[in-house]
Design a binder for this molecule. Structure first.
Ligand SMILES: [Zn+2]
Ligand SMILES: [Zn+2]
Ligand SMILES: [Zn+2]
Length: 763
């Protein structure tokens, strides 16, 4: 035994992601193994530990605490203070206490390998139980309604644990110790199989078998999952896919595909080591993978697309379905176009009965919609394009403590963000704020963050655009709460700041913000922007030569209008005589007259300096997409037109007094098209020219740090080449990894700008 005089006692407070990850049982085991006495308890602030032992025992404890902590845990702050020893002999886990709310809510985690093994083990009590989980996996963010993360604060509240589950739940040595969603066939949620009217046709295993059969028969089924409903259908059945497209009013937009295994994915797609890791990670995102030729998945699943959005089963229910089917299935969001994903089975019957033939549902309530995340590998790192399930609501760490600022984001791909201390919390993907349902989800996301973390923002940041619903929300809130001020943030400054925040940059950078649309300081549409920027201010030092977009918003959906706009800027009225060019051909004579009149009279023809619209124009000139049916379609088509071409050839890049004049480039492109140069070659030269434009600005402004943001950087070839060329010339390019380069990152930029401005004002 220890000599009593050698004993020391420490109090340890840990903040970070330390709840719902098996942290307490880990500490219990560690302390017990080392012969250390004391206790541990959860609080809303994190975890409190008191440990008592010899100096060497305690040193070892602190070392192993960091080294051997559970995989999904994250220690952000660890404070140690000394206490008087109490000469205790046991180590105990104390009940949770409430208090200040600064702990981190964990995202939903894909089913772990231990649970998968048990799921398919006939001798296990949870054999084929679709809701098996443990402290290493299962729902978290989608079931929590308040902190601390304890069962009464989750939607598992309604389920009374059976004796077996309770024994496991209370045993510190069990894998399910304090696994809040713990459940088994006796006491937990159950499956049901419903028809379109919501009538129950079967339960449990019979329901599962009915769903499997329906998919095999080519039916479309709605499946209630972790963060919402999916629509699922055989990815090899052309009639089924066509029906789904028609019912969902989604003619071309790619569907994601769930494969039964990584091996099956590798047969159909090129998968790098990093991509394989991403697929199998507990975040289990949709990974964009280059597809191979002649694969089992039909072309109509992702028409004219060089890539396929692929994911692996991430819930026990998915594992049961896919292991029985053993073929890839479409797994697309259970919603009507542009509405949020359905989370409630009764609501799903109303909203999805025109799409789904039947419903596989369960009675574990989903507290909030959490869509599948989307990831792409760019410059050998992952880039999150849609940050939702598996990632949200984990914060990004910022370099110093900041005031509390709420950012309400942009209009498309909306997310919201909140700065608290040294954390910047980002919501899950909410969607385009175009309808009442999405607006409700947006308000719910704000309420969730403010309630979970019990904060009232000192400042509310929004976009400069007066018509965005998010901006209007911010204005209404600010007028109601006199204490909260409002800060409009320029759209592209927010893009740059978002990228700076995740790369922990504060000093002035050259910011390159290229996207489709953002409200400019002069009231025109910006989108091909070069800024000298820091976290509080920016100066617009360059941009694309502006052109007039006939039809405004309509031109966003019709790349042929962007092309006409560019040609009109080049040649004036003569542009309309060039019926040899496909975008001109794409309009009939009457439509051409109307467009011409609009441009002549400058009616509904807003000026834009958008890079995205120039990509659109090239897409139309190459006759790839004249009218798009989903956002980003034209830009993707220009990227995919590259195929596997490798060239360093470029067109002319004329920059005069900070303005990139694309006129010469477009004339050279038209000459190439007239000479029947391949679309792949034209696309490559166009991309290369865009990269050279960035290089020229970088050389001119001599800023070592070049920050790349905006939707255009979702393009792999363009990003890879820009990064490589900048590095080759000694610049330090920074790009996105954890925060989307598209408008899903706007809230992060707004939040960091607002917080930085408050800090600056405060001195
Ligand atoms: Zn598990
Ligand atoms: Zn049970
Ligand atoms: Zn944008």
């Amino acid at each position: 035994m220890n000599d009593k005089n050698d004993l020391e006692r420490l109090r340890i407070q840990i903040r970070g992601a330390v709840q719902g990850v098996g942290f307490r049982p880990f500490v219990y085991r560690l302390a017990t193994n080392l012969g250390i006495a004391g206790w541990i308890k959860n609080s809303a602030e994190g975890v409190w530990i008191e440990v008592e032992g010899t100096r060497s025992q305690l040193d070892l404890f602190l070392l192993k605490l960091e080294q051997e902590k559970p995989v999904h845990s994250l220690i952000q702050q660890l404070q140690v203070s000394s206490l008087v020893p109490l000469d205790e002999s046991d180590f105990e886990i104390y009940p949770s206490v409430s208090g200040e709310k600064t702990t981190i809510v964990l995202p939903d985690l894909a089913t772990c390998s231990d649970c998968i093994r048990e799921l398919f083990d006939p001798n296990n009590p949870r054999y084929r139980y679709p809701f098996i989980n443990c402290t290493h996996c299962g729902p978290r963010f989608s079931i929590i309604s308040a902190l601390p993360y304890d069962r009464p604060n989750t939607s598992m509240n309604a389920f009374q644990m059976c004796d077996r589950c309770r024994t496991e739940y209370e045993n510190p040595l069990d894998r399910r110790f304090h696994a809040q969603p713990i459940a088994c066939p006796e006491c937990g949620p159950r499956l049901e199989w419903w028809d379109q009217s919501g009538k129950r046709l079967a339960s449990d295993e019979t329901a599962l078998q009915a769903a499997i059969q329906a998919i095999q028969n080519g039916q479309i089924i709605a499946v209630k999952g972790l963060g919402g409903f999916h629509l699922m259908v055989d990815a090899r059945n052309s009639d089924a896919i066509a029906t789904l497209r028609q019912r969902k009013h989604r003619p071309d937009k790619p569907f994601a595909v769930m494969y039964p295994s990584l091996a099956a994915v590798q047969k159909d797609c090129e998968v790098s080591d990093l991509e394989a890791q991403l697929l199998a990670a507990s975040e289990a995102p949709i990974v964009l993978l280059r597809r191979k030729a002649n694969i089992s998945v039909l072309e109509t699943v992702a028409p004219n697309n060089a890539y396929l959005g692929v994911l692996l089963p991430y819930t026990p229910l998915h594992h049961l379905l896919l292991s029985a089917l053993n073929f890839p299935i479409v797994a697309t969001s259970g919603n009507l176009s542009n509405e949020p994903i359905c989370i409630d089975e009764r609501e799903a019957i109303q909203r999805l009965s025109g799409i789904a033939d039947a419903f596989l549902v369960h009675n574990r309530p989903i507290v909030r919609a959490v869509d599948d995340s989307i990831v792409r590998v760019i410059a050998d790192r992952e880039m999150i394009l849609r940050r939702s399930r598996g990632y949200a609501p984990l914060p990004i760490a910022i370099s110093k403590p900041m005031p509390n600022c709420l950012a309400v984001g942009g209009h498309l791909k909306n997310t919201i963000a909140l700065t608290i201390d040294s954390n910047l919390f980002v919501s899950q993907h909410i969607g385009d704020l175009e309808n009442q349902a999405t607006l409700q989800a947006f308000e719910q996301a704000i309420d969730t963050f403010e309630q979970l973390y019990a904060v009232h923002p000192d400042l509310i940041a929004c976009d400069d655009h007066p018509d965005y619903l998010s901006t209007q929300y911010a204005q209404q809130r600010a007028s109601k709460l006199q204490s909260s001020q409002i800060l409009p943030v320029q759209h592209h400054h927010a893009h740059i700041a978002a990228c700076m925040a995740e790369n922990r940059l504060e000093e002035t950078v050259l910011g390159v913000a290229w996207d489709g649309t953002g409200y400019g300081l002069d009231g025109t549409i910006w989108g091909g922007e070069f800024f000298l920027a820091n976290l509080t201010d920016f100066q617009r030092v360059g941009h694309f030569k502006p052109f007039r977009l006939p039809g405004g918003e309509k031109a966003i959906r019709e790349p042929r209008r962007a092309a006409i706009a560019v040609l009109y800027e080049l040649w004036g009225e003569a542009a309309f005589d060039r019926t040899d060019l496909t975008p001109v051909q794409a309009f009939n004579a009457q439509e051409r007259d109307i467009l011409q009149a609009m441009l002549q009279k400058e009616l509904n023809t807003p000026w834009t300096s958008s890079a995205g619209r120039l990509f659109d124009a090239i897409s139309a000139l190459l006759n790839l997409v004249q009218i798009s049916t989903f956002e980003g379609q034209a830009a993707m088509a220009v990227e995919f037109a590259l195929e596997h071409i490798s060239t360093d050839e470029v067109y002319s890049s004329v920059i005069h007094q900070g303005i990139f004049d694309w006129s010469t480039m477009v004339e050279e492109i038209i000459a190439d098209i007239e000479q029947k140069t391949s679309g792949a070659m034209v696309s490559a030269k166009f991309h290369n020219t865009m990269v050279e434009v960035i290089l020229q600005f970088a050389r001119q402004w001599k800023q070592k740090r070049v920050v790349l943001s905006g939707g255009c950087f979702q393009n792999r070839y363009f990003s890879d080449r820009t990064i490589a060329r900048l590095q080759a010339e000694g610049f330090q390019p920074y790009w996105h990894r954890h925060i989307p380069p598209n408008d899903g990152g706007i809230a992060v930029g707004q939040a960091i700008i607002a917080a930085s401005q408050l800090l600056k004002r405060g001195g």
